[in-house]
Ligand binder design. Structure first.
Ligand code: PXP
Length: 255
């Protein structure tokens, strides 16, 4: 069934990594991130995001296999630019790949991928993924030089890291982070890149980000999985969808 979306509908990608984190705490099959992904799609997620980490701390190879087989909405595979991950992506051919930096000791993806400094290392991965028809994005800091570097690498999409914005105290510090994101998102659109954003977003922080008119997609995971404990996953996703839509209407993005 195809659902008509408004022209500048802001897509919501639901990240199911931390359903797998809870599952892996006990080593059994429950809770199942694939079941959560199917539920998320039913609740209005436009796509599902999953990060296959080198250390497999949450999502596993079998999860990716099942997500590819069972999902009816697009899968966005987050991965490091490594030979192992490239082979996996080329084998499964998900709708999209988001290239992220990865450090074994980090708790989460702490910063953006430095595509400016890493151009020569990352370029062959982007080329192979582009050639395979996979939509490639680079998860970057909201800096103009990083947006420009992604463009010169040939990624059609950038995803801006919203972690610093979410962590900043409400007030001038957060406004400064918001301005960085607004400027970077506007610049991405000017040079022909589709722009996404994500990391750390919750009900309280998503509104100002959703109001950035040139954004096409937000990817949200940890907060939704946490909220699922209180309200259920589907309710949390629907509420996030509503907060995003209301912010966009208030900012007259969809008028
Ligand atoms: N986007 C990217 C590229 C990420 O790496 C992550 C975290 O895995 C997210 C979005 C979602 O972040 P969170 O789980 O904090 O909502």
């Amino acid at each position: 069934m195809s659902i008509m979306r408004p022209l500048n509908h802001l897509r919501l990608g639901v990240n199911v990594d931390h359903v797998a984190t809870v599952r892996n705490a006990r080593g059994g099959p429950h809770p199942d991130p694939v079941r959560a992904a199917l539920l998320a799609a039913e609740a209005g997620a436009d796509g599902i995001t999953a990060h296959l980490r080198e250390d497999r701390r949450h999502i596993s190879d079998a999860d990716i296999e099942r997500l590819m087989a069972e999902l009816k909405v697009p899968l966005n595979l987050e991965m490091a630019a490594t030979t192992e991950m490239l082979e996996i992506a080329l084998r499964h051919r998900p709708h999209a790949v988001c290239l992220v930096p990865e450090k074994r000791q980090e708790r989460t993806t702490e910063g953006g991928l430095d595509v400016a400094a890493g151009h020569n290392t990352i370029a062959p991965y982007v080329r192979r993924l582009n050639d395979a028809g996979i939509r490639v994005s680079a998860f970057i800091e909201a800096e103009l030089r990083q947006v420009d570097a992604a463009r010169s690498l040939g990624t059609p999409v950038v995803e801006l890291h919203t972690g610093a914005y979410c962590e900043a105290l409400p007030g001038p510090a957060r406004e400064r982070q918001l301005a960085r994101l607004q400027i970077a998102a506007a610049h991405a659109a000017t040079i022909g890149l589709e722009c996404h954003a994500g990391h750390g977003l919750g009900y309280e922080t998503v509104g100002q980000i959703a109001a950035i008119p040139t954004l096409a997609e937000l990817n949200i995971g940890h907060f939704l999985v946490g909220e699922a404990i209180y309200s259920g996953f589907a309710t949390a996703i629907r509420r996030m969808r509503t907060v995003m839509d209301e912010a966009r209407v208030a900012a007259r993005v969809s008028l």
